[in-house]
Design a binder for this molecule. Structure first.
Ligand SMILES: Cc1cc2nc3c(=O)[nH]c(=O)nc-3n(C[C@H](O)[C@H](O)[C@H](O)COP(=O)(O)O)c2cc1C
Length: 406
């Protein structure tokens, strides 16, 4: 997302300037071309030379230091920029930006740029909570600027409080999201996609449950791929072992019943559902409220059927594109085609989980995509991230086909 993006980092005079050097490195590592502009106050903390070496570009500090007669440098930089990041952003620069003040290089270039702006405030908690700062940040939001929430923690003043600059990794993630939200021609832009992931847990008692081998990796890869194609993604997740990808709304569930409730609750307002979770087919008929004690006897556990969420969605669908997964160990095609028809799905992604490089808990997968009246699409073994992209490309093509025939 940030590959070859032209990013200008505007560094202003807060104690968090030391983190801005690492921020430049992280942006470059993410593929961006970075230029840096600094206020006079920022240069009291770190010299421009640090940023010049890291960015491999001269650092902009002085509005009237016009080295190239061909250009007015603050306008040239403002026009070059595809994403402007103000980090750390002092209370002072926030006030200036909110009021259109342009009295040094940084504030003048920021006023002149038309690129999306990501502001990363970092300051003492009392400065942050001052009504003037609150009002100024509100004004910036109303202009459409993205403002990151400062972290809470140990402040330079020697006490706990809110106002710390978030870690560079988080800023790069926020920047990726700003770029994504401003991208114009993404195929899933404006679409709402709901994805389920992980193996549900069916409680026997407060300390025991039945589950399966699903890690949730395929669902998480799909969530990231859908986000990167522009979708607004909700991830109903039955695992808490994977980090939630940035820019995605997570809904945490445990049982198939909780997953069913979460999915049905959102379904009416969704364009595409991908049921990548391994939902338990059965659950204990009764759940003990206290731990079941061991006895000398064998124990019988009576299981009852859970709701088939995919089939339920198939019955209720009113135009949503419905994708299910079939994890099989044999006769993959027969079961997948049967599932497609019986559950009124638009696509079934089948994988043979008996293969060593596919299915549960692996980082790779190999799948066949089945759709009604279409030739199966075979996707050979590759990372789950790449498989996710292929699945979504196939789904987007089919959605376009459907719209074309309406
Ligand atoms: C040691 C020190 C630390 C400072 N840290 C911050 C800070 O974290 N946030 C902030 O808004 N101002 C901070 N200031 C105050 C700003 O440097 C001051 O308001 C300055 O005018 C900001 O100028 P600029 O916005 O042009 O960079 C600090 C000042 C000093 C001396």
């Amino acid at each position: 997302m940030l590959t070859n993006k032209k990013v200008t980092i505007y560094v202003t005079g807060g104690i968090a300037v030391y983190k801005a050097a690492d921020l430049v490195r992280k942006f470059i590592k993410a593929g961006a071309e970075v230029k840096v502009a600094m206020t006079a106050s920022a240069q009291e903390f770190v010299t421009p030379l640090t940023f010049q070496v890291l960015s491999k570009h001269e650092v902009y500090t002085d509005t009237f230091d016009e080295k190239d007669a061909q250009f007015v440098s603050h306008i040239h930089l403002a026009d070059w920029t595809e994403l402007a990041v103000v980090a750390p952003a002092t209370a002072n620069i926030i006030a200036k930006m909110a009021n259109g003040i342009a009295d040094d290089f940084v504030s003048t270039a920021l006023l002149a740029t038309t690129a999306p702006r990501l502001i990363v405030p970092a300051m003492n908690q009392h400065m942050l909570e001052n009504p003037a700062t609150v009002r100024n940040m509100g004004a910036l939001k109303s202009y459409g600027y993205e403002i990151m929430e400062p972290d809470t923690g140990f402040l330079a003043e020697g006490y706990e409080g809110k106002g710390r600059m978030p870690e560079p990794e988080k800023i790069v993630e926020a920047a990726q999201l700003v770029v994504l939200n401003n991208a114009k021609e993404l195929p899933l832009k404006g679409k709402k996609v709901l994805i389920t992931a992980g193996g549900t847990k069916e409680r026997i008692d407060p300390v025991r449950f039945i589950t399966n081998d699903s890690s949730g990796k395929m669902g998480y890869s799909l969530a990231k791929a859908a986000r990167d194609l522009g979708a607004e993604v909700t991830l109903v997740t039955a695992t808490n072992l994977l980090p939630i990808p940035f820019g995605i709304e997570p809904i945490s569930v445990q049982s198939s019943k909780e997953m069913e409730t979460a999915v049905l609750d959102k379904f009416h307002n969704i364009d595409m559902v991908i049921m990548a979770a391994a939902v338990s087919d059965y659950r204990p008929k009764t759940q003990a409220t206290v731990k079941i004690k061991k006895t000398n006897e064998d124990m019988n556990l009576v299981l009852e059927k859970t709701t088939d969420i995919l089939a339920e969605l198939g019955k209720r669908k009113t135009g949503q594109f419905l994708i299910g997964f079939a994890a099989e160990t044999h006769e993959v095609e027969r079961y997948a085609m049967d599932k497609l028809n019986r559950k009124n799905a638009d696509m079934i992604v089948a994988n043979d989980v008996s293969k060593e490089y596919a299915g549960f808990n692996k980082d790779t997968n190999e799948v066949i995509i089945y759709q009604v009246d279409k030739e199966p699409i075979q996707i050979s073994v590759r990372s789950k991230d790449l498989i996710a992209e292929e699945i979504l490309y196939a789904a987007i093509e089919s959605m376009h086909d459907e719209m074309g025939t309406e």
